[in-house]
Design a protein around this ligand. Structure first.
Ligand code: SF4
Ligand code: SF4
Length: 345
């Protein structure tokens, strides 16, 4: 697991799952009310999170804890300060503005950041001109996010694209996501929700009327492996996948393919067989794993438990895995029989 001294104190294993933020299906927001959520990135011109050119909005907080996670900054809901102190030139501006005494500069200790004291207010990051400090995650209203989304509307319309909500686990910020989806629907924008499925079913069920495409992650079926590398045995995820499949809602399944976790024909073929039984499955996508840089964990003061090595499957392995899955699903992506698929690995 990824551990984080600050997050461990405030949030435990990962973002807590709760029913408190569940939407009332079909309920309209109070007039003028705009929910607030925590966003850690808004990526424009994305072409890998659904059809066409898209804007992907990443919501902070996740209920899984994948050992290989590419976005450790997404794990905990509250904003966090990232530090790259090798870029610090010792100007002392952050020390002057920090209200918590977390930024320190002294002859004795040199430049020091005390994460335990930090309130993640972002004042120091605003002052730092070298990029040594960066606040990850900020609270935004629905209206503020919609302003960002509106910037690329012409591209969505020309490319058949739209907006994807990802994370972390976007479904955990249920009311915020509900209002965002409704605002997109009111503007006639195509929407996708990229979810890992670990939460009570009503959270997703209440959103489905507002979503055009669900992108559902299925990483591994074996409960023991799931528990070892994701932190839960996957029962709830498989149950939610089954319920989703029974609704008739168009959905795609995505699997990050990782050596030592799931890069076997038995595992990938098993996932394909399972999801292929649902008529509303649109496609199955295999995504070769790419290693996370240690510097990303260091910048958040996190460490990774265990010494399991995760490897990236090569082109030949991906072709074999794709061949094991193809018979069971309506569309396998990428094709893995063309050069462009080779480029993807
Ligand atoms: S403001 Fe930036 S460069 Fe200046 S002391 Fe702080 S971290 Fe270093
Ligand atoms: S984020 Fe705020 S509390 Fe934390 S170190 Fe910076 S100024 Fe201090």
């Amino acid at each position: 697991m990824i551990s984080d001294p600050v997050g461990a104190a405030s949030a435990g294993h990962a973002t807590t799952i709760s029913d408190a933020d569940s939407p009332t299906p079909g309920a309209a927001p109070a007039a003028g009310a705009s929910a607030t959520g925590t966003v850690f990135n808004i990526q424009r011109f994305s072409t890998s999170d659904g059809p066409g050119v898209r804007t992907t909005v990443f919501l902070k907080g996740c209920s899984n804890n994948c050992l290989w996670c590419h976005n450790p900054e997404s794990l905990h809901r509250p904003p966090e300060l990232r530090t790259y102190l090798d870029r610090c030139v010792g100007c002392g501006r952050c020390v002057e503005v920090c209200p918590a005494g977390a930024q320190q500069l002294s002859a004795e200790k040199g430049r020091h950041y005390d994460r335990d004291r930090c309130r993640a207010c972002g004042a120091c990051a605003n002052e730092c001109f070298t990029g040594a400090l960066e606040l990850c995650g900020r609270d935004m209203t629905v209206d503020e996010v919609m302003v960002e989304i509106a910037k690329d509307e012409p591209y969505y319309r020309h490319s058949g694209g739209g907006v994807t909500f990802s994370g972390g686990e976007p479904v955990l910020q249920t009311e915020f996501l509900t209002q965002l989806l409704r605002a997109c629907r009111n503007k006639g924008l195509h929407t996708a929700v990229d979810t890992a499925g670990h939460y009570p079913w009503p959270k997703l069920e209440g959103l489905l009327d507002l979503v055009d495409l669900v992108l559902f992650d299925v990483k591994v079926l074996d409960p023991e492996v799931h528990l070892r590398v994701i932190g839960n045995d996957g029962t709830r995820i498989r149950d939610n996948l089954h319920r989703l499949g029974q609704t008739g809602q168009p959905f795609a399944v995505r699997t990050p393919v990782i050596g030592s976790v799931n890069a076997t024909e038995a595992e990938i073929g098993g996932i394909a067989r399972l999801i292929g039984q649902y008529p509303s499955l649109v496609y199955y996508e295999l995504l070769p794993y790419h290693a996370l840089g240690q510097d990303k964990l260091d910048s958040l003061g996190m460490t990774r438990e265990g010494d399991e090595a995760f490897t990236t499957p090569d082109r030949q392995q991906m072709e074999s895995l794709a061949a094991a899955a193809r018979p069971y699903v309506p569309d396998l992506r990428p094709d893995y029989t063309t050069q462009s698929a080779a480029d993807a690995t």
